[in-house]
Design a protein around this ligand. Structure first.
Ligand SMILES: [Zn+2]
Length: 154
């Protein structure tokens, strides 16, 4: 483990998101989205835009398409990916939420796709809000997702 990795891990563990009280509009967007029968890119984008504006950061383009990339060993599904956060030029980002499940190719539920959206947004906030140089799946990262969920649902 290199020094920089350790430093970054340490920082990722200790950072928290600022505790904000979100507007009713943002919470409503989240609530309505979770109740949606047929999730769309537009709805995910609206939730993402609302959350980004709460934190005062630039909005990030969201796409909801494609089938979850996966590995299968012939017997069972080994691992699969729900979404991806990519950094583009000039410190910008884009987020893709995979629309169809790896094996059965069913459209993901509203709750599932929103949960993935929050995960990917937390990667974005690691850079934009927390000032981390790398965003990793530390225990601190999962705590930040929990913080975000709390702010959206209280
Ligand atoms: Zn992740």
């Amino acid at each position: 483990m290199s020094e920089t990795y350790q430093d970054n891990y340490q920082q990722s563990q200790t950072k928290t998101l600022p505790t904000l009280s979100f507007s009713e509009i943002t919470k409503k967007e989240y609530k309505l989205g979770r109740e949606s029968e047929d999730m769309t890119t537009r709805q995910l984008q609206k939730i993402a835009d609302a959350v980004c504006s709460e934190f005062g950061v630039v909005q990030v383009p969201i796409s909801f398409e494609g089938r979850q990339p996966h590995k299968h060993d012939g017997k069972r599904l080994k691992r699969y990916q729900l979404g991806v956060h990519q950094r583009t030029n000039f410190g910008n980002s884009r987020i893709q939420i995979y629309k169809y499940t790896a094996m059965r190719q069913k459209q993901r539920s509203a709750k599932g796709s929103i949960s993935t959206l929050l995960h990917e947004l937390c990667h974005y906030f690691d850079y934009r809000v927390c000032g981390l140089r790398k965003s990793i799946h530390s225990a601190g990262f999962y705590k930040r997702i929990g913080q975000l969920k709390d702010m959206l649902s209280c």
